[in-house]
Design a protein. Structure first.
Length: 53
């Protein structure tokens, strides 16, 4: 096995892991009610001190 194959294989797992996380998040947000998403974003803005009113 040469260095290029080893580097490619070592990068494959994190890339696939992030793709799974991203697709899961996209699926969950796509099926959530808009009021739920608004409330979550609103609460997060207050928690971080960002003015939203």
């Amino acid at each position: 096995m040469n260095a290029t194959q080893t580097k490619t294989q070592s990068l494959l797992a994190p890339v696939l892991g992030m793709a799974v996380i991203g697709l899961t998040l996209l699926f969950a947000v796509g099926h959530a009610q808009s009021a739920t998403l608004h409330d979550a974003a609103h609460d997060m803005r207050h928690a971080t001190g960002f003015p939203c009113h």
